[in-house]
Design a protein around this ligand. Structure first.
Ligand code: PEP
Length: 255
């Protein structure tokens, strides 16, 4: 990565794991394990109900808390949904948007991803927007086109000033939770494509300032190789973020 302009972001996506008491315990284990490792930003994207406990547990440390989704309307009759202002007031800084599991199971589309991005940015949250191809799309040779289109739509009507607050997570769907990781070369190629889409829209300075992560079965054994790539500025980590030692080892690899 270009360390002159970008700081790596290592973000854990806990998915639907950890009750509030379990969250406190995991964070208590994590804090000493990552202490002093300031070479990257560390973010924990926790279930909504864990947010108050997690925000309290990271107080006085450099760890940041993220949510895993946000609704695009400000308020109203949207039973079960959570607004950006609600998250902000709870002390959340980051929010994952358009994770492939939300696209696959909860009807998330490129268009709703864009709406959520704009709502999050308007409330002062930093989106971590997920893009990535299905295995069938990779097999058909349309990975770059798929990811480019997802990125373009996610950033529709987002200003350059806001674009630099966004992290893009390249997550090939076939690598998420499968144990199958993209090679460092595959990750670099697509992360570079994402950056080129941003460069086309906003110019090189903005594109170079945006953090582009890789996500998909990142673990201690493959993190260093992936993170060594120029356009890979960190990781979005699912399974390995649930064990303090594994997550801390990935943080180490990003120093
Ligand atoms: C994720 O949830 O974004 C993810 C990449 O999961 P995993 O690391 O388990 O593949």
């Amino acid at each position: 990565m270009n360390k002159n302009v970008r700081k790596a972001i290592i973000a854990g996506n806990w998915k639907m794991n950890m009750t509030p008491s379990e969250a406190k315990k995991l964070i208590a284990e994590l804090i000493p394990a990552v202490e002093g490792k300031n070479g990257c930003e560390i973010v924990l994207c926790v279930p909504f109900v864990d947010i108050p406990a997690a925000v309290e547990a990271v107080q006085g440390t450099s760890l940041k808390i993220g949510a895993q989704n946000v609704h695009f309307e400000k308020s109203g009759a949207f039973t079960g949904e959570i607004s950006a202002a609600m998250l902000k007031e709870c002390g959340v800084e980051y929010v994952v948007i358009g994770h492939s599991e939300r696209r696959q199971y909860f009807g998330e589309t490129d268009e709703t991803v864009n709406l959520r991005m704009k709502a999050a940015l308007a409330a002062g949250l930093k989106p971590i927007v997920c893009v990535g191809e299905l295995l069938s799309q990779r097999d058909r040779g349309i990975t770059n086109e798929t990811v480019s289109a997802q990125t373009k739509i996610a950033f529709l009507d987002v200003s350059a000033e806001d674009a630099v607050k966004v992290t893009v997570a390249y997550e090939p769907v076939w690598a998420i939770g499968t144990g199958r990781t993209a090679t460092a070369e595959q990750a670099e190629e697509v992360c570079a494509v994402i950056r080129s889409v941003l460069a086309e829209k906003y110019g090189n300075d903005v594109a170079e300032a945006v953090t582009v992560q890789y996500g998909g079965s990142m673990k201690p054994s493959n993190a260093a190789e992936l993170l060594a790539k120029y356009d890979v500025d960190g990781g979005l980590i699912g399974g390995a973020s649930l064990k303090a030692a594994d997550f801390a080892a990935i943080v180490d690899a990003a120093q």
